[in-house]
Design a protein around this ligand. Structure first.
Ligand SMILES: [Zn+2]
Length: 369
C-alpha cells in the first residue's frame, strides 16, 4: 500500500462525524441498537450512525415512539448509512426546534439537522475532524474532495478542496454541485422507463430543462464548472441536453448508475468526466430488481464506460459507502462483464487519473486541518 490516493467524491464532515460516533453497522437487532447507543456516555445526546434496517432481524426503521420508550427524556438520534434518512425522539426534536409526527427526517433535512447538531456533539468538532483526517490518511489518502460544502461546515476545515451548494462559497470552490435526481434505493432516481419492481414510478427530475440551463450558465459565467449528480438515465439525458448549450471543460457527472449505450457514447464524445463509485457495485444485489434485466448490462457499467472512452474519476461517497480505495478496487474486480474493472485499474483511478484531472501533483496533501 504505497499509492497516494485522491478521493474525488467524499462527504468530508459527515465521514469524520460518522467515524467519531457509535456505529450501528454491526448491530443485528433493535435491542443491540439500544445498547450501543446507551453505551456512549461521553455526552448528553445519544447518537447512532450507519444504521441500516436491512441488516437487523426486525427489518424495521425505529420511530420516535420507540426511541422515546428506550431513552425517555434523553435526546436521541439515529442516522441511516445512506445519509438520506434520520430518526429523532421527542426530546431531540424539541431541543433542535423541529417536529415530525414520526420523528423521521429525509434527504436535505438530514444534512440540515446534522449541521444543527454541531453544538451538541460529545467532543469538539475540531477533534472530530482531526481524528477523521488521520483515519483517511491511514486508508491511503493524501487528498479528498468534499462534494457538498456549505457555510456551516466550511469553518470546520482549514483549506479543504470542495464543491459547494452555496453561492457565497463558489469563488473558493472547485465548482458547484447540482442534484439532478435522487437515488435508486428510494426510487427517486429519474428513469426513462418505469422501475422494474414498481411499474407506477419512474422517479423525478429536480429541475426543468430551462431552469437547469440558467443555473449551470450562471456557474459557468463565474468561471467555474458544475458537478451534476445524475443516477438515472432520464437525469443523464437531461444533463446531455443542457450541457450542449453551456460548457466548462471541467464539468463533471456523478454516479451515472443507469445509462443507455448512446448516452455513454455521447458523454465520451463531449469529453465529460464521470466520477464513478466503484464500491456502489455492492448495490447490484438489490439494484438489479429496480432496473430489470434489460437495463442491467448498462447499469453500474464501469467497464462499458471505460471501453467507450469516457474519462473516469473515482470516489467513494463515504460515509455512504466504505472509504477504502482498496475495498472499492476489490469489489469492482469481483464483478463480471460490463460491471467489472480490474483491481489495478481502480487503484490507478484513485492514485493517478483523479490527480491528472485537476492538474495536481500526485501526493500533494489536502490542507484539511
Ligand atoms: Zn455523494
Amino acid at each position: 500500500m504505497n499509492e497516494t490516493c485522491l478521493d474525488a467524491h467524499i462527504h468530508l464532515w459527515e465521514y469524520c462525524l460518522f467515524h467519531a460516533l457509535p456505529s450501528l453497522a454491526s448491530s443485528s437487532c433493535l435491542e443491540e441498537i439500544e445498547s450501543v447507543m446507551r453505551g456512549d456516555t461521553r455526552g448528553e445526546w445519544l447518537l447512532g450512525v450507519n444504521f441500516n434496517q436491512e441488516s437487523i432481524e426486525e427489518k424495521q426503521i425505529p420511530d420516535r415512539f420507540l426511541l422515546d420508550r428506550w431513552f425517555g427524556d434523553k435526546p436521541a438520534v439515529i442516522v441511516r448509512s445512506c445519509l438520506h434518512l434520520m430518526i429523532m425522539n421527542s426530546q431531540a426534536m424539541q431541543r433542535l426546534g423541529v417536529y415530525q409526527e414520526s420523528g423521521l427526517f429525509l434527504e436535505a433535512d438530514v444534512f440540515a439537522m446534522l449541521n444543527r447538531l454541531l453544538p451538541e456533539l460529545p467532543c469538539h468538532p475540531r477533534d472530530i475532524v482531526e481524528r477523521g483526517w488521520r483515519q483517511l490518511q491511514a486508508e491511503g489518502y493524501r487528498r479528498v474532495i468534499d462534494m457538498a460544502m456549505d457555510k456551516a461546515k466550511r469553518g470546520l476545515f482549514y483549506q479543504p478542496d470542495f464543491y459547494t451548494v452555496d453561492w457565497d462559497l463558489l469563488d473558493e470552490a472547485l465548482g458547484f454541485k447540482i442534484f439532478l435526481d435522487g437515488s435508486l434505493g428510494a426510487r427517486s432516481a429519474a428513469l426513462n422507463a418505469p422501475y422494474s419492481d414498481s411499474p407506477g414510478s419512474s422517479g423525478c427530475l429536480n429541475y426543468e430543462d430551462q431552469a437547469l440551463q440558467r443555473l449551470i450558465g450562471r456557474v459557468h459565467q463565474r468561471g467555474k464548472p458544475v458537478s451534476c449528480h445524475a443516477i438515472g438515465d432520464r437525469a443523464v439525458a437531461q444533463f446531455l441536453r443542457v450541457i450542449k448549450t453551456t460548457r466548462h471543460p471541467l464539468d463533471r457527472l456523478e454516479h451515472v448508475q443507469v445509462a443507455t449505450l448512446a448516452q455513454l457514447d455521447e458523454i465520451a464524445r463531449l469529453d465529460i468526466a464521470v466520477c464513478i463509485q466503484p464500491c456502489a457495485s455492492g448495490e447490484l444485489s438489490w439494484a438489479r430488481q429496480r432496473v430489470g434485466e434489460a437495463r442491467l448490462p448498462s447499469s453500474y457499467a464501469w467497464n462499458l464506460m471505460r471501453e467507450r472512452g469516457i474519462r473516469l474519476l473515482a470516489g467513494t461517497d463515504a460515509p455512504v459507502d466504505r472509504v477504502s480505495p482498496y475495498y472499492a478496487a476489490q469489489l469492482a474486480d469481483r464483478q463480471e462483464g460490463s460491471h467489472h474493472l480490474d483491481y489495478q485499474y481502480v487503484i490507478d483511478l484513485f492514485s493517478q487519473s483523479n490527480w491528472d484531472f485537476y492538474g495536481w501533483e500526485p501526493g500533494s496533501a489536502s490542507q484539511v486541518i
